[in-house]
Design a binder for this molecule. Sequence first.
Ligand code: AQP
Length: 339
Amino acid sequence: MRVVSGIQPTGKPHLGNYLGAIVNYVKLQDEAHAAGGQCFIFLADLHAISMPHDPAELSRNTREMVATLVACGVDPSKTVLFNQAQVPAHAELQWLLNGTARMGWLNRMTQWKDKAGKNREGQSVALFTYPVLQAADVLLYQATHVPVGDDQKQHLELARDIAQKFNNDFCREDAPLFTLPEPYIPPAAARIMSLRDGSAKMSKSDPSDLSRISLTDDADTIMKKIKKAKTDPEPLPSEEKGLEGRAEALNLVGIYGALSGQTVAQVLADHGGNGFGAFKPSLGELLVETLAPINARFMELKDDQEALDAILARGAAQAREQGLPTLDAAYDALGLVRR
Ligand code: AQP
């Protein structure tokens, strides 16, 4: 069991990152550890430069992201925790895979279409090719399980296509180089939506801070954001069918269910008939209860720059060593002479 996943240090991680991905990093880290497998979680700082960014902010966010992940339960003694920029093999393998990936495949990526919008010509080359870097990120460590939110499913399918084509084109049938990775997507909460717009996913880069719950928000901020969350005037229905066409209501009920370990049907069985005036405070309290210990631990860790840098340095050394055999084998398979 080899668990590999990454998160961009592009801002403060939010509830969507937590429920869609980080909770599963911790779950799979523990499963892998118990089964004698391995877990690699990286900060995708190389991905972060695909969009306009402020260099000082990127390095600050990178350290804050380490503190947040550790506060959420990612344990550097069980997980190889590092940032891509300290492991050049990620960028090297991406270049090797660029020969296998196809323009048509990348053109079909919905994240590219969404993020580029109408201005494709004005986007960075990195924004177009970063799904190939994502493929390199997981294939380098022969990932078997990749915990991600629903929005990354298509990129993981691309990683499988690239791996399959590379294996077919350059490896003997009985000795494929790359393991085909499987996505590990949570059954509930795979896509948490913005608190201001039930049709847009909760995102670090949304200009409105009211659109997301950050994992480091304090209790007052959480209660305020939930109170201001967009809803409709109807009370909650007693059955799931009654949430059809009510994206904002469905999102809040889904968040409640993911936090309390209940299905949407169970949440509605308890809260059906209540208006949002009653439901929102219950949801706010549940969020505060879940996030308060994370927030407290984050506050303890965030200013100890030396300790955070040491975690990244140790993780990077392990990652460089673990990725080397696959990188070497990829160079060899392509006939590149290096010695
Ligand atoms: N809203 C979401 N619901 C469920 N899962 C989500 N993830 C992100 N948003 C949601 C999952 O979190 C992991 C890390 O994501 P990322 O930071 O690397 O990139 P992203 O998907 O682009 O996240 P953001 O917040 O939208 O970042 P920006 O605004 O910088 O682009 C991934 O597993 C992702 O699926």
